[in-house]
Every structure is written in C-alpha cells, then in structure tokens.
Design a protein around this ligand. Structure first.
Ligand code: EPU
Length: 292
C-alpha cells in the first residue's frame, strides 16, 4: 500500500513549483498536498514523518527560491476552504493560514479596523506572514497577533499565545510547525484614513522597489543598524548579472529574474553580491529568502 493512499484525493505528484513562486523559477515537487481539513493534514504529516519524507508549506511563494532540482518531499498548499476562513468578532478576527495577507489587510482598512496598513505591498499568505513576521519600516504583522494555532510535526494541534510565537526581525519560533490559523487584535479608526495610509505605504514601496518584476523581495536581511540595499548599492553592484538574473537598479536588495533565468543564475548572483559586500565592507549578509 502506498503511504498516501488514505488521503490520495488531496495528493498529486511531480508538481511544478516555479509558477507558484514570485521568482517564477525552479523545479518540481515530488508530491503536492492540498488538504481538505486540518485532520487530513495532520494524518499526512504523521505518515510523511514515519516514511522519512520532508514536508514544507508554500504560501504566496514570495520569499522562496526553489532550486532547479526542485524539492524532493511534500509541498503543502493551504488553498482549500478549510484554511481560507475569516471569522470576525468586532476588532478580533480568526484568519486561516491560507488567506492572502494584502487583500485581508485592505478589507480591514475598508471596514475601519486598524493595524494592518503597513502590510500594503507585501505579497504573503497569513501563515507566511506569521512565520517571517512580515513587515517593513511602518510595522510588522506580529504586532497584531494575539494567538496562533499550529500543527506540530507529530500531528498534534497547539495554540500558542503571542509570547510563545517569539516574533523577531523577519522571524519567529515557527519552525517545523505548520500555522493553521491566527487570531488578530485590531484597533478602530476612520476607514478613509486607514485606506489612504494603506495606499500611501503601497505607493512609497512601489517607488523604491521593483514590485512588478519577478523577484522574492529583499534577498538579504538588514544587518544590525545597516541597510543591505544601501551596502550592495555602495559596493557598486546594482545591475550586476549572472545569466538572466540581475541586481535591480531600483533597489539593490532585489534580484530580478528576467525571461529565461534559472534558479542557478540567481544562486550564483547571490554569492557574487555576498562576496562583493564582504570584500568592500567586511559585512557578511544573511539570506532573508529561503532556498528549497
Ligand atoms: N538604499 C540605497 N540603495 C538601494 C536601496 C536602498 O541607497 O538600492 C538606501 C535607501 O535610500 C535608504 C536605506 O537604504 O536610505 C534603506 O532603504 P529602504 O528604505 O528601501 O529600506 P530597506 O531597509 O532596504 C526594508 C525591508 C523591506 C521593506 C522596506 C520598507 C529588509 C531587508 N527590507 O528595506 O522589506 O519593504 O524596509 O519598509 O528588512 C522584504 O522584506 O522583502 C522587503 C522588501
């Protein structure tokens, strides 16, 4: 009996991953799993662990570079109705991990609920926004989180209060756990004000970042007290290319994948940039994107 027989209707094989990422690059997943319920996800996770097969969740694919070889394990997509629910109770809402961050944030603004205006221009799923503590200069997702529900790799579901989630700069304590849903606490404000703040943040981001190109946003984390983009820029690396991957001339911490690029082009360019900044400023840049 095949290990996935009990949940075969949610499993596919040899699934292309590139088109599910914002880089639009990379190989295929050995398995793709689109669970219909948390129970089904739990059952799969337990079986996969037993079989020694790795499991990863792909949200909006905005912070991931899939290698050309692809991923030899199960990629989970939380895009079925069980993971897309939004349950509002005044200023509090419980949001499924598969919900898209930006439309949700904008809807909150429109309804007069404050706290997510800074999510403008950040492509992410809610689950990804928790794991990475998505954000920027004007705020981070973790600021509104009261509690999250996670599935552990042994199949058990746990509720974590925000203190346990341990939000930091572009990270949290969510590791092998899978975020199922998030409870957020919002404020109240005038919808017109909230919407204009949202669109102001969006416009500012759009002006300084190449949002329309194929990229994974900022490639490196900002080193303490410094801007990775400014360092890469001052090292003279804007416009540097390997194959069809190029360092953006608009914001140096973005690598754009042009027509025909491969994940290997991007990986090579990442090393060139890292080496250039190390040689020029003696600063070792740390990746913000995940490489699969
Ligand atoms: N700068 C340059 N050249 C560049 C890019 C930036 O000189 O090519 C300078 C800017 O002029 C500015 C400073 O560097 O003086 C900081 O730049 P910016 O305001 O663009 O912010 P950042 O630190 O590069 C961070 C986040 C972004 C987020 C913005 C705005 C990180 C790694 N990046 O960028 O997040 O959108 O603030 O809030 O934390 C992401 O996480 O993917 C991302 C894009």
């Amino acid at each position: 009996m095949r290990w996935w027989n009990d949940f075969a209707e949610a499993m596919s094989h040899d699934a292309p991953l590139g088109r599910l990422t914002r880089f639009r690059l990379g190989g295929r997943a050995r398995y793709m799993f689109r669970p219909r319920s948390a129970e089904q996800l739990s059952a799969m996770v337990v079986r996969a662990k037993h079989e020694g097969i790795s499991v990863k969740v792909l949200g909006a694919g905005a912070n991931v570079l899939v290698t050309d070889d692809g991923f030899d394990g199960v990629v989970v997509r939380l895009d079925q109705p069980a993971f897309m629910e939004v349950d509002r109770d005044g200023v509090t809402a419980t949001v499924g991990a598969g919900v898209e961050l930006m439309p949700f944030a904008l809807k909150c603004c429109t309804m007069g609920y404050a706290g997510l205006e800074a999510m403008a221009g950040i492509p992410s799923s809610i689950g990804g926004a928790v794991k990475m503590n998505a954000g920027g200069r004007h705020g981070e997702f973790g600021q509104v989180v009261r509690e999250i529900s996670v599935l552990r790799s042994d199949g058990a579901v746990e509720d974590w209060p925000r203190e346990r989630v341990g939000f930091g700069y572009r990270n949290s304590c969510v590791d092998t756990e899978i975020v199922l849903s998030v409870r957020v606490d919002l404020g109240e404000d005038d919808p017109t004000k909230l919407k204009s703040r949202f669109y102001e943040h969006f416009a500012a981001k759009n002006k300084s970042q190449p949002l329309k190109g194929d990229s994974a946003g900022c490639i490196f984390k900002n080193p303490e007290g410094k801007s990775a983009g400014a360092l890469i820029d001052q090292a003279g690396l804007k416009g540097t290319r390997r194959g069809q991957a190029v360092v953006s001339t608009r914001h140096a911490n973005f690598i754009l994948a042009e027509e025909g690029a491969t994940a290997s082009d991007v990986l090579e360019l990442i090393e060139v940039v890292r080496e250039g900044v190390l040689q020029t400023f003696n600063t070792a840049l740390e990746l913000e994107v995940e490489i699969w």
